[in-house]
Design a protein around this ligand. Structure first.
Ligand SMILES: *Cc1c(COP(=O)(O)O)cnc(C)c1O
Length: 438
């Protein structure tokens, strides 16, 4: 056994090397921002005005509804955030509860934990397109689960759901619906899931909406333009929406929402913290809650609506351009996500895409600008037309990428850029908005 190093032997950096380290880190982050097209973090909201709160250890200890004994918190802002989102997702004003979590996974963990308390012996039904993090949640809660098939566009196969529910109808059912599946933004219709449960007379049921990525942008659409069945008005019992995706908070976070009457099953009395221990984590990021509050209040809902609309338009543009290049890409009208066969290595070596099983995604989150997409498209065009790209004709056939002889036809330009009323980085370096902070 080797002895642990003596404290004196651990090289503590001196100030100069810390500065050099941080400079190098900042440079790396700035560079990486421009070529990140695959991971959905918006970069257009400037959170630097909150820099002056980094001098506080903001901890929203315990229940968001009780300020508690620790005074350095942002619970009032957290409650405001929960209220805005609850309204957006159709929770009645007198029957809502929720909190700001560390991310969508914690939100789903809380929601399924509550569902398990209310319905012991329940089985979880989720589609094959459910996010991988659900596996961890199911394991932590020891919940049995059944995977439901998906149809060609990634939506839950409701006939399969009905069959499985029927086969296990003596058990309570927890159904996890994708309100925007990762990689495609496919939507499971909560109205249809509710109907299936009603028809099978499974009364002990719970529907959880995983709306991590697409929830907020979809909920911002005027009611008549919204896809059906995405929230509480369609029968959801719980919903999680991420903060670091559409709102691009500098700290990963999410909000989980439920009916207060259901949350009552987890009522607790206050501890030494002065606040009931009703959340999954005990100490919680008050900075995350403040960032969400800032994002929701610094831009009007109309401002956020425009951000979403502009991102969708850029996604549609990306889709059209890829089709013109002969790349069989797909895109749903409400989505920021464009799915394509994984491009040649010359492209993936430079651009960060999310890739899985031969498909890759480009996600046009707010903050991605047309010049970035055009540069990416140029690299795709070059790779497809360069015999030395390493992609043989056979490999091109295999990945589904073919060079379109009409590709040189000029196509309509990128959508006009409608700037949200927030300070932006120079377009040449959007990563700098974030990285230049503080
Ligand atoms: C991103 C995402 C998650 C995971 O969210 P975390 O905040 O990383 O825990 C879950 N579900 C969907 C649909 C997602 O897009």
């Amino acid at each position: 056994m080797t002895a642990p190093p003596a404290l004196d032997d651990i090289a503590l950096p001196v100030a100069a090397s810390v500065t050099a380290h941080l400079d190098a880190l900042r440079t790396r982050l700035q560079t990486a921002g421009w070529t990140n097209l695959g991971f959905p973090a918006a970069t257009d909201i400037d959170y630097r005005p909150l820099g002056r709160f980094l001098g506080f250890t903001l901890n929203n200890l315990g229940d968001p509804g009780t300020d508690g004994a620790y005074p350095i918190h942002t619970k009032s802002e957290e409650r405001a955030v929960i209220n805005v989102l609850a309204t957006l997702f159709g929770l009645p004003p007198d029957d809502r509860w929720g909190y700001v979590t560390s991310g969508a996974t914690e939100g789903t963990l809380y929601a399924l934990y509550l569902a398990r308390t209310l319905y012991p012996g329940a089985i979880v039904y989720h589609s094959a397109a459910a996010h991988h993090s659900l596996t961890t949640v199911l394991e932590l809660l020891s919940l049995p689960s059944i995977t439901i098939g998906v149809d060609a566009d990634g939506t839950m196969d409701y006939a399969d759901l009905a069959e499985q529910l029927h086969a296990h109808r003596q058990h309570p059912a927890i159904v996890v619906a994708n309100v925007g599946a990762a990689g495609t933004e496919a939507l499971d219709d909560i109205t249809t899931i509710t109907t299936v449960l009603t028809q099978l007379n499974i009364r002990r049921n719970w529907i959880h909406a995983d709306a991590a990525l697409s929830g907020i942008p979809l909920a911002l659409l005027p009611r008549e333009q919204r896809p059906p069945g995405i929230d509480f008005t369609a029968g959801a019992h719980s919903l999680v929406a991420s903060g670091h995706k559409f709102l691009g908070t500098p700290v990963p976070c999410a909000a989980v929402l439920v009916h207060a009457r259901h949350h009552a099953a987890h009522a607790r009395t206050a501890t030494y913290t002065g606040s009931p221990d009703t959340t999954v984590s005990n100490s919680r990021s008050g900075l995350a809650a403040l960032c969400l509050w800032y994002a929701l209040h610094t831009l009007s809902l109309d401002g956020h609506r425009r951000r979403a609309q502009q991102a969708r338009a850029l996604a549609a543009y990306t889709h059209r351009q890829l089709l013109e290049l002969g790349v069989p890409a797909s895109h749903r009208p409400w989505a920021f996500t464009v799915s394509l066969p994984t491009p040649p290595p010359a492209v993936t070596a430079r651009w960060t895409l999310a890739s899985d099983e031969g498909r890759s995604t480009v996600i046009c989150m707010p903050g991605i600008v047309a010049p970035q997409i055009d540069e990416f498209l140029t690299d795709i065009r070059t790779a497809l037309s360069t015999p030395t790209s390493g992609l043989t004709a056979a490999a091109r056939h295999h990945t589904g990428i073919v060079v379109n002889p009409t590709a040189s036809t000029p196509s309509p330009g990128p959508p006009p850029v409608v700037r949200p009323p927030a300070p932006r980085a120079p377009t040449a370096d959007p990563g700098a908005v974030r990285a230049a902070a503080l």
